[in-house]
Design a protein around this ligand. Structure first.
Ligand SMILES: Cc1cc2nc3c(=O)[nH]c(=O)nc-3n(C[C@H](O)[C@H](O)[C@H](O)COP(=O)(O)OP(=O)(O)OC[C@H]3O[C@@H](n4cnc5c(N)ncnc54)[C@H](O)[C@@H]3O)c2cc1C
Length: 416
């Protein structure tokens, strides 16, 4: 066994597919016994879509999502602050996709099983510990009641925001950091809004609504499956449950706060009222750390850099991580050197994105700027928040997160 991957989520499955592409043996240990398409919507930015296309997954993406046309910010009364084209409409050579997270994971898993066989992944195995050895690494994991071990030349920790491997590297870190906001996430079958594949954010720091379709419109009814997130700041000293993407709640917890948010072109109270299911998740991230690598062990995806889901960075960066680590392994072989090459390429930027998303640097910060400067009178928007400032704000995040059109289009492929 050459590379052991802990976690078969978005990052771990992309890592497996990448190692298969470059001919490096691997095995994925995934804690879930019976994989199901869990989660709701996520966005895939063009740089990561490029990598999924390189893996031959374009058809799968077309099946599990829609190509996002534009991305707009609105005030709490539905006044437009800033809208920009996305994907190919913005000049990228690749589209941006809004996808159902669980369907994407199932699509990646199917590709893995088709290409590498059922022996490439074992379900029901929770990785608990590692030890660096002369040959590479020894991994301890729990399968049912049985404690087992596996040896390899390298361990890639793709075990998400509650990573056991990261907890071993940082034993005092504790739970993810909660900033005081709660997200309620759901999907509703409803008429498409604006361009039909628009993503919008409305509101400000303490209360907002994010929404975008994740299916193509029904040709007869025009209805789409619309993903949405209602978000509110609460008392940060309140008790919160451990962050669990699958905790279902009743929409009555927050629906009344959005009762007035029918903007005409989108009816937010109706989206909430007609939701299939609603999930509650605290807005958490991880404090940036100074190292992701310990000997032949390295962190990727949320295990390395969990961030607030405001700039579509989570899944996109997880996929890029897997590709960059794959390229480093291809060039330097498995082990510490490749892990450090990948880490040095990603960690400073990913840490900066995490901090930007907490404060004024995330793309969504433009909504609070409008709220602060207009003091409720959004007719004054053009006077107090000039268009050039809005444009500069949008561009600065793209530069930080390395998703500018010109950079993406001119960069060499990660794996030639
Ligand atoms: C069930 C679920 C639902 C989600 N829903 C959403 C959503 O609706 N919206 C959104 O923005 N983000 C969601 N996310 C998070 C999102 O997938 C990630 O932010 C992003 O895709 C980065 O992916 P990742 O592979 O690093 O982490 P994840 O996608 O979280 O994958 C981590 C994987 O590791 C497995 N795992 C965990 N611990 C161990 C262990 N000790 N040993 C072995 N395997 C382990 C998990 O079961 C999981 O399959 C969800 C994650 C999960 C697990």
């Amino acid at each position: 066994m050459t590379v052991i991957i802990a976690g078969g989520g978005i990052a771990g499955l992309t890592m497996g597919l990448t190692l298969h592409e470059i001919g490096v043996p691997f095995h994925i240990l995934e804690s879930v016994t019976d994989p199901k398409p869990l989660g709701v919507g996520i966005n895939l930015q063009p740089p990561c879509v490029r990598e999924l296309f390189a893996l031959g997954l374009e058809d799968m993406l077309d099946q599990v999502g829609v190509k996002t046309r534009d991305y707009g910010f609105y005030t709490k009364t539905g006044v437009e602050i800033w809208t920009e084209p996305r994907g190919r409409h913005a000049g990228y050579n690749w589209p941006q996709y809004s996808v159902h997270r669980g369907e994407l994971q199932m699509g990646l898993l199917k590709a893995l099983l088709d290409r590498c066989g059922a022996d490439s992944i074992t379900f029901g195995c929770r990785v608990t510990q590692y030890t660096n050895t002369d040959q590479g690494v020894a991994v301890i994991y729990q399968e049912g009641e049985t404690i087992k071990s596996m040896s390899g030349q390298m361990l890639v920790a793709a075990d998400g925001v509650h990573s056991a491997i990261r907890a071993q590297m940082y034993p005092d870190e504790g739970a993810p950091v909660w900033g005081g906001a709660i997200m309620w996430r759901g999907t509703t079958t409803a008429p498409a809004f604006l361009s039909g594949t628009s993503m919008i954010l409305a509101g400000h720091d303490t209360q907002r609504f994010v929404t975008y379709p994740i299916s193509a419109p029904d040709p007869e009814t025009g209805a789409t499956l619309i993903n949405w997130i209602a978000e509110a700041k609460v008392n940060p000293h309140d008790h919160i449950e451990k962050s669990d993407w699958n905790r279902k709640v009743d929409a009555s917890r927050f629906a009344s706060d959005f009762a007035a948010w029918d903007f005409g072109w989108i009816d937010i109270p109706a989206l909430i009222a007609n939701a299939n299911e609603v999930f509650e998740y605290p807005m958490v991230d991880r404090e940036p750390v100074e190292s992701w690598t310990d000997g032949a062990v390295t962190l990727i995806g949320d295990a390395a850099h969990a961030t607030y889901p405001v700039g579509s960075s989570g899944a996109s960066q997880a996929i890029i991580d897997a590709r960059l680590l794959g390229a480093a392994i291809k060039a330097q072989g498995t082990g510490h050197a490749a892990a450090k090459t990948y880490e040095d390429q990603v960690r400073p930027m990913a840490n900066a994105v995490t901090l930007a998303n907490r404060g004024n640097g995330g793309p969504d910060a433009i909504m609070q700027m409008a709220e602060d400067r207009c003091a409720g009178d959004f007719a004054r928007l053009d006077d107090v928040l000039p268009m050039q400032e809005r444009r500069d704000h949008a561009e600065s995040f793209k530069k930080l997160a390395r998703i500018r059109v010109e950079d993406t289009n001119t960069q060499a492929p990660i794996i030639a």
